[in-house]
Ligand binder design. Structure first.
Ligand code: NAP
Ligand code: MG
Length: 502
């Protein structure tokens, strides 16, 4: 269902921010790109210009890495106590919370997502993550270790470990949750005492730039967080290949993830963590509560317009309930109110860009031409922006690209199964292993299935449940390492073992 009528304007302070000529944040200064080039930012709901940012490239990355190195080695950051560090991150969280409305508007206008969803989920989750990580700043501990050293009989030692910041970190983030991905990356890096060069997605730079101003307001010293807007192929690649970057953390496609690994290997063997694509299975067992499972399966794929790395894009339903579930999810899809994210009733906005709209439609068309059928959807949406109808596909085959590849759009393939053991094998038959879910009233069975699913995140009788304390990341080609939770600290620290002979 497409919403009609013009959505409300954003607040004047949001508009004033959009109207600025945005620059790069390097060493505490907002500076133009060395090349002087600029990038236009588009509102995906209209296809019109939203704002303009600097087009940073390798020269700007070079300046930013230099600033981050200085801040790490000799700047005040290295002398800030863990307690002060925690307070600054907490203050950043408070500032972000105080500007929730503005961030929700910026995110909606830049990415296309409903303003209401950004206000209820993206911004509060980012605030929560920062607070969670602020708490860790004072709790990153080493161990004392009893050692024996068999070839030094009689000698006595005192050994302990330190966890130290990995150093200068390059962070490259995507466009699907622009603010949240910035928070997921910055939170643990700051808590552990690293310094950062953040390369934001070319499509969605606005909230990270606004966050840059709050980072300054929170008192985080110059050079600790540097923010580069620009293209992946230039600025992103320069960061991944930079010999003075100690670690790169990347979220995005598996394809680019492989390029990051190559660049790290060919430069200085920097540490790499990756949060990549998915093709997540969502399994409804015959005893599931369909009143919960059907809307749950719809949320699994349609949340954030399917632009989630963990989207439940392969829905497996026992044949005895297949008709009922397909009908239910198709009805849900038809009821979704689509339109500009700023519309107060909007439940689904546009895809982030024309490229993504074309890409999603390309996948749908390939599935349809190979014999799949769209029970509902299957078309670009109405309206001027980059809309795609929420789509339910049936009659797919395991080898089709709509089953094998990440579509990153509101397209679910519903597949019937007969045998419960066989459905686990089918669910695991993917190059990806990011998320999975199972719906059942038999909680023991739910745990047994969860154990067999090869995925970093498994939900039982729910989907898309995220929390700052829950580690998130993938098996197989869905990535390396875990973000959020205690695990995220591992990504940003090195262990040093110190031994003294007594
Ligand atoms: P992408 O190319 O992987 O972009 C992610 C980030 O990497 C962006 O900041 C991008 O910059 C940057 N980048 C691109 N090429 C790079 C390179 N050679 N070296 C270093 N950084 C580079 O993703 P996309 O093109 O925006 O989307 C394509 C597909 O990726 C989607 O359809 C989806 O399947 C998948 N994806 C997955 C996630 C996820 O959360 N796992 C998120 C987004 C996309 P630019 O913005 O300038 O390109
Ligand atoms: Mg791209």
């Amino acid at each position: 269902m497409f919403l009609t009528g013009t959505p409300p304007q954003c607040q004047s302070k949001t508009q004033a921010f959009l109207d600025q000529e945005h620059c790069l944040l390097i060493d505490g200064e907002w500076v133009p790109a060395a090349s002087g080039k600029r990038l236009e930012v588009t509102n995906p709901a209209t296809g019109e210009k939203l704002s303009s940012v600097a087009e940073g490239d390798s020269e700007d990355v070079q300046r930013a890495v230099f600033a981050a190195r200085r801040a790490f080695e000799s700047g005040p950051w290295s002398k800030v106590t863990t307690s002060e560090r925690g307070k600054m991150i907490w203050k950043l969280a408070d500032l972000l919370e105080a500007h929730l409305d503005e961030f929700a508007e910026l995110e909606s206008l830049d990415n296309g997502k409903p303003r209401a969803v950004a206000a209820a989920a993206d911004v509060p989750l980012a605030v929560d993550l920062l607070r969670y990580m602020a708490g860790w700043a004072t709790k990153i501990e080493g161990n004392t270790l009893p050692i024996s050293v068999p070839y030094m009989p009689g000698a006595e030692f005192h050994s302990y470990t330190h966890r130290e910041p990995v150093g200068v970190v390059g962070q490259i983030i995507p466009w699907n949750f622009p603010l949240l991905m910035a928070a997921w990356k910055l939170g643990p890096a700051l808590a552990t005492g690293c310094t950062v060069v953040l390369k934001v997605a070319e499509e969605t730079p606005m909230t990270a730039l606004r966050l840059g101003h709050l980072i300054q307001e929170a008192g985080i010293p110059d050079g600790v967080v540097n923010i580069i807007t620009g293209y992946g192929e230039t600025a992103g690649a320069a960061l991944a290949a930079h010999p003075d970057v100690d670690k790169v953390a990347f979220t995005g496609s598996t394809e680019v993830g492989k390029l990051i690994v190559q660049a790290a290997g060919q430069s200085n063997l920097k540490k790499v963590s990756l949060e990549l694509g998915g093709k997540s299975p969502n399994i409804i067992l015959p005893d599931a509560d369909l009143a919960a499972a059907i809307p749950g399966a719809a949320n699994a794929i349609f949340f954030n317009h399917g632009q989630c790395c963990c989207a439940g894009s392969r829905l497996y339903v026992h044949r005895s309930q297949y008709g009922e579930v397909v009908k239910g999810i198709a009805e849900h899809a038809k009821s979704i109110q689509m339109g500009p994210g700023m519309h107060p009733d909007c439940q689904m906005g546009p895809m982030v860009s024309q490229i993504q709209q074309d890409r999603v439609c390309g996948f749908m068309n390939s599935g349809l031409s190979e014999g799949a059928e769209a029970v509902t959807g299957g078309q670009p949406g109405e309206g001027q922006g980059y809309f795609v109808e929420p789509t339910v596909l049936i009659n797919t085959r395991p080898e089709m690209s709509v089953i094998r590849e990440e579509i990153f759009g509101p397209v679910v393939a519903a597949v019937p199964y007969d045998d419960e053991d066989q459905v686990i094998a089918v669910a695991n038959d993917s190059q990806y292993g990011l998320a999975a879910a199972v719906w059942t009233r038999d909680i023991s069975r739910g745990h047994q299935v969860a154990k067999q699913l090869r995925a970093g995140n498994v939900w039982i009788n729910c989907y898309n449940v995220f929390d700052a304390a829950l580690p998130f990341g993938g098996f197989k080609q869905s990535g390396w390492g875990r973000e959020m939770g205690h695990d995220a600290l591992e990504l940003y620290t090195e262990t040093k073992a110190v031994t003294v002979q007594l």
